[in-house]
Structures are given as structure tokens and as C-alpha cells.
Design a protein around this ligand. Sequence first.
Ligand SMILES: *Cc1c(COP(=O)(O)O)cnc(C)c1O
Length: 403
Amino acid sequence: MKKDCIYLDNNATTKVDPAVIEAMMPFLTDFYGNPSSMHSFGGQVSKEVNKARSQVAALLGAEESEIIFTSGGTEGDNAAIRAAILAQPHKRHLITTQVEHPAVLNLCKQLETQGYAVTYLSVNRQGQLDLDELDAALTENTALVSVMYANNETGTIFPIEEVGVLAKQKGALFHVDAVQAVGKIPLNMKNSTIDMLTISGHKIHAPKGIGALYVRRGVRFRPLLIGGGQERGRRSGTPNVPGIIALGKAAELELLHIEEATARERILRDKLETAILTAIPDCEVNGDTSSRLPNTSNIGFKYIEGEAILFGLNQYGICASSGSACSSGSLEPSHVLRAMGIPYTILHGSIRFSLSRYTTEAEIDAVIAVMPGIIARLRALSPFTDDNAAWLQEHEKTLLEAK
Ligand SMILES: *Cc1c(COP(=O)(O)O)cnc(C)c1O
């Protein structure tokens, strides 16, 4: 296995902070007690779990009692959506967006086969929502509005509080997938319209397989997992203690670093983006540059394949992504960029750089140095032009339909 790389794929997953590993280690070795046990060996673990709960609560501006530990973002999203429909069985309508993570989108698609109506809000060319479209879609029958805080592929930030105000006016619950926002945007659940909010550990320098769901006090909740009644009956199963301790520590560090880290990442991201846009013709930024995560840059390069660019970068030990980690491996373009109506000539050649507090200026300079050469080489080989784009697009459509 190869260890060293210039890692610019932090929206897919992040490096675990050494301080997080140090905090969780004792709970993999000496302190293996079950926090639900009656003896003090388990009791001391339970105390540490609750300390982690208060660390996560502090990051979100929430109460400890409002935090449920989960196995990650996917479970949080599923638990929130299920809870909303189970708690309001008479309501049969959900609203989400076309650019959500598959954890939300694919559950909604399944619910459509089970008698629920789902509205998938569109986005414009910048990936931004139209609040009038949301307003028009809301009815008394809407159980839940589930909208992500920030998009994992483009970094576009949605006007979450405005969405929440509209949802509340019609009496709908409001869930926010904040997996990409947490640690990058200050969050405060006090005086917020958000009822439920999902976060995931491995996007904030904790390990994979741990996360949390915030549920506002007073919101009726129905658990996804039924069993021994852990997490005050809201999430059964013996808690992932080392993961929880890790998430607590990671949350503490995010809160500590958020201002200075995001300011640094923004400067490095902008340096990378400006250098690429200046040095390379026929490329553009995908996403809403006026409302965007500080660490994310999604750039579309005309006439070439994103996968070929990633392959070129990989040869220099640089890790980036063609959008979502979930859809990689398939050459089908990202559902997010498709929803934005990105022209066919750019759609296939889009890649995402996502930075973290570990990203250095030397790494950014190394990427800036190799990008023009990679793109020039691929363009020299590409048969793709504005003239044959329509034919290729038609051809792709038939391929997709044949699937
Ligand atoms: C990564 C991600 C998820 C899924 O989280 P997991 O912990 O990997 O299950 C959900 N939503 C968004 C926006 C994500 O980026």
C-alpha cells in the first residue's frame, strides 16, 4: 500500500487527526466496558460518552440531549427521513432537491414506490435553489423538507434558514444534511429553523463509521433501529464507544480550528483555482462562487474526460475526484452537474479539488505546476469538439437508455 500523496479529496473522506486517535485509543484497549452496564467499569465509559456528546453539541450549538450517535451520514439521513414520516403517518409528501447525496435521494426514490409523493427541487446553472419553487411545492401534506446545507460536489451553500422558514410556515419538519458544512460553516441550532441535522465523523478528521444526528428538543422522533433502547430509545445498539470518543474530540478540534483553518483553506483554494483558470483555456468553475464552501473547487475542462484528468493527476501522486465518490467507477456524469444543466462539453471534464486543514501551499503549488501539461496532453489526443458534441450527446443518451 502506498501512503504518500497530495490529498485533495477531503470531501470524500479525511485523514484522522492524530489527537483524535490518541483520544480514542484507550477505549480500544483498557476501557472496553459497555456504557450501559451497571458497574463502575462501564459507568466510567458512559461518562466519557456523554463528554463526547457535549463536545458534539458544542460544535452544533445544541443541547447534549439533542445529540444521537449514529454510524455516519447515511444512517443519520435515513433515520431523520424515516422519523419524519413515521411520526406523521397522515402526511404523504416529501420535498428534497435534485442534488442531494444518494443517502437522501435513493431513500426518497424508494419511498416513491411505497406511496409517498416526492418533489425534487431543481437548481440553476450555479447549482442554487429557487425558493419560489420550494414555496409552491409545500402543502399541508408535506411531512418533511430535507435539503443539504452544502453540496459535496460543488461546495454550493444553500440558504438553509430561508428554506426552514418556508417549511415551518406549512408545518413541515426540516432536516438538513450538514455532512459537508460542519466544521466549514459555523452552525448554531439555537434560534435555527432546523429540526434535524446530520453529521458524519470521517468528513471532519474522525474515523469512518461514526456520526451524529441532531434532533431538536420537542420534535417527535421515531427510531430507525429498534432493540435494547440505547441512546434513550432513539438509536438501539451498543454504542461505538471508540468512534464516539473520536467524534467528540474531532468536534472539539473543528470548533477550535474553524476560523483560522477555513480562512487558510479559502486562500489556498482560491490560489489553485485562479492559477488554473489563468493558465488553462476553456475551463470554468462549477458551482455558486458567491455562496460556496471555502475548501471546494469544482472545475470543468472542455473537450476531455474528468477520469482521464484524474488518471493524469494520479501519476503525480495527486488525489482529486470527478465529483462524488459514490458514482466513481461509472462513467456516467454526476447527477449534481447534470441537474445544473452544465453543457455536455464541460460535464464530462469536471473534477473536484477539496482541501483540508492539512493541505499545504507547497502541495497546491505542485498541482498548479502539473495541471496545464496534463490538460494540454489530453486535449491534443481528444477527438471531442464543439461540432461533434451534439452527436456524442445523442450517442450517450441511447447508451443510457439501453441500460
Ligand atoms: C459523505 C456524505 C454522506 C454520507 O456519510 P457517510 O458517513 O459516508 O455515510 C452524506 N451526505 C453528504 C453530503 C456527504 O458528503
